[in-house]
Ligand binder design. Structure first.
Ligand SMILES: C[S@@+](CC[C@H](N)C(=O)[O-])C[C@H]1O[C@@H](n2cnc3c(N)ncnc32)[C@H](O)[C@@H]1O
Length: 579
């Protein structure tokens, strides 16, 4: 979806060279990729550990680095919305005068994510997991409100500072609904183009665009390199070491400590806040804090005054480093995260064949199955209100090693972590934080981010909170149904007296839940799984029978691939049932 024009490469490489970034063109080259657009290829064999890109953070494009950084900061706009607005200003208002133009002009928008396709095109994905679990055919309110915020700000900045309103984007004619719709879609398409390229950099830059790093394509299982950026920096100035903000914070903390000590020495004297300033901090504490800052300033002055070429401070750079050897001629891949095709399509605009992170979610179909069978409603209600929780508790104890957590690393983790970030974000706009919680110690220091994703699945989280029994009704890429799905289907297939016995004894005899996943009951439960899977598959067939109306051939192909991938998973499931 997001392709770089070959003609822009020269300017991007020059931009990086001027920023004193390093990209060893004797080792690798950027050229057309068979995947579409461009990719990065090895010119010769390159060993693991080689850094292929090192770029000062000052050369990444973030809201904090942009021409309107102060305005955005004062308006308290951050995250991807800030990046979106900054990008629009830089490319429409500042254009040729902008330092970023040689790079930013290579990023073109146009395509819309599925939630903004017309109704006819949405039919291509109707009934899929993208639709039923992630609700990614429904526009997100945050996107609309992000657009409104951008319009309001542009009018305010225009009135107060005479800053031009971005033409063709935020200069809407409120009386012309077509104009509003067209410009809203342009705003969304910018967000979609950026979401395919954004990286999480650090606490100061947050989401940002990184020249050259964004030319590496995604490999689903065998990436060659990883993106490294130290996340822990001052969120006000971006300094990795001691800075004036940290110094101020430490002085404040020392002051508070002193105050506490003072209070405990004379507990009867209640000091109020206004007395605080009078408390003396030990001069040794201040001189220690100031010494750190002075040393750092000295270091900077020494560096500036020597003639030798300035060495980049790794703490102030982002790096892309090979995590395995690559052979001459190979395309070098990044990983955008362990992401299913739903996520790849909604955030990055592409899908891949044989994606091991794909799942099919049968929750909505199971609900429909129950609603169509009156006799099942009562037992399903018991399951939803009581039974599932008891079953999940029993399962955790009985199979501790199989405990199924929807963590970031989980294959069918719907909070699919952003690495080249985005949540099955169908809301590409507002996702803020996408730090892997699972980062190991080293990654705590250096945020080893794949391009960050933020598809925050607010919808799914809501569903999980409201109906946890539905969230795990899944089939994985290998065609394996989750225990929760098997258990529910067994319950639905049991004789009424057996169900009553289970309900009666469930709390006292948790082991009675074993029958819900026992091999013996597979034949009957399998029949229910099959009915639900076949009904779901019928919807997939229907989706596949529609033709695209407005979307590009590439997008139609992605929709088709997604449906084919889900069908293939269900085929595997049906085959395994052997009924
Ligand atoms: C960060 S850019 C990568 C560079 C991009 N190929 C270019 O020409 O600028 C992400 C975009 O590359 C494409 N892409 C990346 N990995 C891909 C893959 N495995 N298969 C197909 N397209 C891919 C998609 O269009 C995606 O939106």
């Amino acid at each position: 979806m997001s392709s770089t024009d070959h003609a822009d490469l020269k300017d991007i490489l020059e931009f990086v060279a001027q920023a004193e970034g390093t990209f060893p063109q004797d080792l690798c080259e950027v050229r057309e990729s068979p995947l579409g657009g461009v990719g990065v290829f090895a010119k010769s064999a390159i060993p693991e550990g080689t850094t292929l890109l090192q770029l000062p953070k000052s050369a990444v494009f973030s809201a904090s680095n942009s021409s309107i950084a102060n305005l955005l900061h004062d308006a308290q706009i951050d995250g991807v919305l800030a990046l979106n607005i900054a990008f629009i200003y830089e490319t429409t208002v500042f254009r040729e005068t902008s330092h970023w133009t040689p790079y930013l002009k290579s990023i073109t928008a146009g395509a819309l994510p599925p939630a903004y396709w017309n109704d006819a095109d949405k039919l291509l994905l109707q009934g899929t997991t993208l639709d039923t679990l992630f609700d990614a055919l429904t526009p997100q309110e945050e996107v609309q409100s992000g657009f409104e915020i951008a319009i309001d700000l542009s009018e305010t900045w225009n009135k107060e500072f005479g800053l031009a309103i971005p033409q063709g984007y935020l200069d809407i004619d409120i009386n012309d609904m077509d104009d509003v719709r067209r410009k809203f879609h342009k705003f969304v398409s910018v967000a979609y183009a950026l979401s395919a390229r954004v990286f999480e950099i650090d606490a100061f830059h947050e989401s940002a665009l990184v020249p050259i790093a964004d030319l590496f394509n995604h490999h689903v299982v065998r990436p060659d390199l990883h993106f490294v950026s130290q996340y822990d920096v001052c969120d006000l100035c971006g300094e990795a070491g001691m800075c004036k903000h940290m110094l101020a914070e430490e002085i404040e903390a020392a002051r508070d400590e002193e105050e506490l000590r003072e209070r405990s020495r004379s507990p009867k004297v209640e000091k109020n806040r206004s007395d605080k300033a009078d408390l003396a901090i030990s001069p040794s504490v201040i001189s220690l804090l100031e010494k750190d800052l002075a040393e750092e300033l000295d270091e900077q002055i020494r560096e500036q005054s020597t003639d030798k070429p300035k060495e980049l401070d790794p703490e102030e750079c982002v790096d892309m480093t090979l995590s395995r050897d690559v052979e001459a001629g190979e395309e070098i891949f990044n990983s955008y995260g362990e992401l299913s095709n739903v996520f790849l399509l909604t955030r990055y605009g592409f899908t891949i064949e044989r994606n091991p992170y794909d799942i099919v979610h049968l929750g909505a179909q199971a609900k429909e199955h129950i609603a169509n069978n009156e006799a099942l409603v009562e037992r399903a209600e018991w399951w939803a209100n009581t039974g599932f929780e008891l079953f999940a508790n029993w399962f955790k104890v009985a199979f501790p090693e199989e405990e199924h957590e929807h963590t970031e690393d989980c294959d069918h983790d719907h909070d699919e972590e952003h690495e080249h970030t985005e949540d099955c974000d169908h809301d590409h706009e507002e996702d803020e934080e996408d730090q892997d919680e699972d980062q190991d110690e080293e990654q705590d220091e250096e945020n080893d981010e794949e391009q960050d994703s933020e598809m925050e699945n607010d919808d799914e989280e809501e569903q999980e909170a409201e109906e946890p029994w539905l969230s795990e009704l899944e089939v994985d890429y290998t065609g394996q149904a989750t225990p929760a799905l098997i258990a529910l289907c067994t319950l639905l297939s049991m004789k009424e007296e057996d169900v009553q016995a289970l309900i009666k004894g469930a709390e006292q005899e948790p082991d009675s839940f074993e029958q819900l996943i026992s091999e013996e009951n597979m034949a009957t439960s399998g029949a229910v799984v099959r009915d639900i899977a076949l009904a779901y598959k019928e919807k997939l067939d229907k989706a596949a029978s529609h033709s695209a109306s407005e979307i590009s051939a590439e997008q139609a192909e992605c929709a088709k691939n997604l449906v084919i991938a889900e069908s293939a998973i269900l085929e595997k499931l049906l085959e395994s049932l052997q009924l």
